[in-house]
Design a protein around this ligand. Structure first.
Ligand code: PLP
Length: 437
């Protein structure tokens, strides 16, 4: 979609240079667009105004290679305080024996975990991308950089989950070095507990990629991989976990040294200290509000799924209650396909993504059958089950009734105008205000 031209709404953001003005206008346009839109990309979230403020601080200019108290450069005293606090809070919030907050993204966290736990040529069992696996688990990406040989978890399409019995057989047959769990299309908890004994038998480590569900785990509302037998948990800090864009690794004490060395000097130099200050604040928010936020996010996903089902959509996994996470998967293959539906929704200012389902790859289909909807960001903005009904109706008007998206957009903007503050934080005012002057 070509974005609407937005008159720069912030008078103070006037540049003396046309190139700079172009960028500032796009920044302002994006701000205005998301202020008016329903953001439902399952991998995104909105941070509190306080988090955004520290992201804009001087910390973003600094280097602090090394560990707390043992830096390679001078001038890191305050960064020590911040990183130590982030580690302390993350240990508490994730109930983790050891934490490293330095990875700068989820993929970076995975690469570090692969470096810590495997050698080139080792075997890894992980979900294939069409089954919801992330590209960084694939041989053409991060896992390939480590030289891992990848085999796909057996997948049960009807349950949208790993087939546990077949997985146990594969673990015994392949004797992998790493068994990977976690996914990008992630409706139900993975069989971590079930895999532990077989992994012990063959000497495999379990890595759980919590990129999508870290906020739900922190809130105690999804599975608890560290208690279920995971050796290492990697995550992004900006999907259901409502922090700045970044990464984090939690692990059992026995892997602490390997993980720390795989992060630095292994795969990270500058760890973007401003993002870690934001992470520490987001962790404090989750310590206080995480349970309520995770709870409402999942309730909202379940409510949205059942309203969409009632309104005539084909929502996956009805027999299992649709979802136990923040995600809802809808098969739109009979109403135009994922590409068309997602594009029309965008014209109505409802932002979601087309999504491949496992059977698409089997059928050699290019246009994904589905769309994936996430409720975490709308939840952060204060929406509850009642609003999910409204949202479902708006989606129906675009995707089933084929109403002019421009018309639906007006009602989207009206609904959104009532949700302009971030909840589950200490300073929720002005979700879409510029903080720079
Ligand atoms: C998003 C995602 C990642 C990548 O995280 P980034 O922070 O974007 O690098 C890794 N694993 C899974 C399962 C994801 O969904």
């Amino acid at each position: 979609m070509k974005p609407d031209v937005v008159k720069n709404p912030v008078a103070s953001l006037k540049a003396k240079n046309a190139d700079v003005q172009c960028v500032i206008d796009a920044v302002a346009g994006n701000q205005e667009f998301f202020k008016n839109a329903l953001p439902m990309i399952a991998s995104e979230n909105i941070t509190s105004p306080l988090v955004r403020q520290v992201l804009a601080s001087d910390l973003g200019h600094r280097y602090a290679e090394g560990k707390v108290g043992h830096r390679f450069y001078q001038g890191c005293g305050f960064i020590d305080v911040i990183e130590a606090k982030a580690i302390e809070l993350a240990k508490e919030v994730f109930r983790a024996p050891h934490v490293n907050v330095q990875p700068i993204s989820g993929v970076n966290s995975n690469i570090a975990a692969f470096f810590a736990l495997s050698r080139p040529g080792d075997v890894m069992l992980a979900l294939a991308v069409p089954s919801g696996g992330h590209i960084s688990h694939a041989r053409y990406s991060a896992a390939g950089i480590r030289g891992l040989k990848i085999y796909a978890h057996p997948y049960d399409n009807s349950k949208m989950n790993i087939d546990t019995d077949k997985m146990l057989k594969e673990i015994k047959r392949l004797k992998p070095k790493i068994v990977m769990f976690g996914a990008s299309l992630f409706l139900f908890p993975h069989p971590v507990r079930e895999a532990r004994e077989a992994c012990d038998e063959v000497g495999a480590s379990i890595v759980y990629d919590a990129a999508h569900v870290a906020g739900l785990i922190a809130g105690g509302r999804f599975q608890d991989p560290l208690r279920e037998g995971a050796d290492v948990v990697t995550a992004s800090t900006h999907k259901t976990f409502p922090g700045p864009q970044g990464g984090i690794i939690m692990c059992q004490e026995k892997w602490a040294e390997e993980i720390d060395e795989a992060v630095f000097p292994g795969t990270v130099s500058n760890f973007h200290p401003h993002h870690k200050a934001g992470l520490a604040i987001a962790l404090a928010e989750m310590k206080h509000f995480g349970r309520a936020y995770a709870d409402q996010t999942i309730r909202n996903a379940q409510a949205l799924a059942s309203y969409l089902d009632e309104m005539g959509f084909s929502v996956l996994c009805k027999d299992q209650g649709y979802t136990m996470s923040h995600q809802v998967a809808v098969d739109v293959s009979r109403i135009g396909g994922g590409s068309l539906v997602a594009a029309n929704l965008e014209k109505a200012y409802i932002i979601a993504n087309k999504n491949l389902f496992p059977w698409d790859a089997e059928a050699g289909k290019d246009d994904p059958s589905g769309i994936r909807l996430g409720t975490q960001e709308l939840t952060r903005l204060g929406m509850k089950e009642r609003e999910m009904k409204e949202v479902a109706r708006l989606i129906k008007r675009v995707a089933i009734d084929r109403e002019e998206p421009e018309k639906v957009k007006k009602d989207v903007i009206h609904l959104k105008s009532q949700y302009q503050t971030v909840q589950y934080c200490f300073d929720g005012d002005g979700a879409y205000e510029f903080i720079l002057r």
